[in-house]
Design a protein around this ligand. Sequence first.
Ligand SMILES: [Zn+2]
Length: 388
Amino acid sequence: MSSLKIMLSNKSFSKAELVNSAVVLLGALALCFGSLTEAAQPKVSSYLLKDFTPSQVQVIAQRFEVKLLPTKLSRTQSASPVFQAFVSELDLKSFLQLAPRAQLLEDDTSRESHNAFAAGRALSGLSASGYHSLDEVQKLMAQMAAAHPNIAQLTQYGLSNQKRPLLVLRVSNHLSDGKKVPRVMLTAATHGDEIITTEILLSLMNTFLSGSGQIPQFENLLEKLEVDFIPVVNPDGFAVQNRYDNGQDPNRSFPFPKQPQAQPTMSTQGVMSFVKQYPIAGSIDFHAYGRLVMYPWGYTHDSIPAQDKAAFEAVTSRMAATNGSQHGPIADIIYVAQGSSADYYYWKTGALSLGIEVGDSKAPNASQIPLYVKDQAESTWIFLDSFK
Ligand SMILES: [Zn+2]
């Protein structure tokens, strides 16, 4: 497929040349001061649930983020599946009352991402390959919008708990003529420690904007579709590589059919209001890790209606085949997950809403970033192309 080659090309950001070393130095200084004033986020630990019965896991999953443990972390063979639970220190006491046999796996889930971020900074310039800080991500979004004023628009759709702007880059051929076309939303870093997802989205954004006006397939797509990029859904968490949004799991905080009155986190409220403003036809929420392409429901093992399931199966089976992922309903693949983004968007808009767990790490060595991007490029193209 020729579009694949296009998606895989790894051009430098178009405005990169304009960023001189003085700006980079100022950015680095700002980052140093910024990190001194970063508000502390409640620590998130992870625990192993080994030899728990399904009903015990079910009870825990009602209140905590629980996932089937990827085999990479299963050190010992166990007769029953091993689960991993993520727990904010705010809720640690009630978790340990509920699961006293749980074994501590990671004392602080932000450590791995923090180390990968510190070791793999994009220091030679904003555009360089490597991990970008929140400040740099926002600058890149502004630069891309400035470089492509006819098709790209940077919009603030809300504020985080700590008053950081929630930003989306809207890419469309119809920003000025107002023609309504289906809208697809691509989001990353809902979990702030899954820093690889932001780099994937930045790279896809760049490829997309560089290709527009030059490559017929992109031109075609943008004529029929608006693509909205939100590389950081949860800036308060992302700024310090913390998984949660001020102590609460954003991806368990969305309302869902059994709990329409759920209290979303601030960043979740922001993205919900953005979706209400402009209903979407589809979405991918990128997470890491596990190589999974998933669709609703997450909150129940019950299936979505057969016609919808067929549509989800048709596209996710093709996406998963590009990079060796599993595909299927969230509840069957990860575990029952109440309050996830895919469930909410599908429930409220009927959109083709997916959750993707990329690769084998949430924060791989920075040298691996291009491989992770490559892994998602064709899959994302297939997804976008399915709306034409
Ligand atoms: Zn996640």
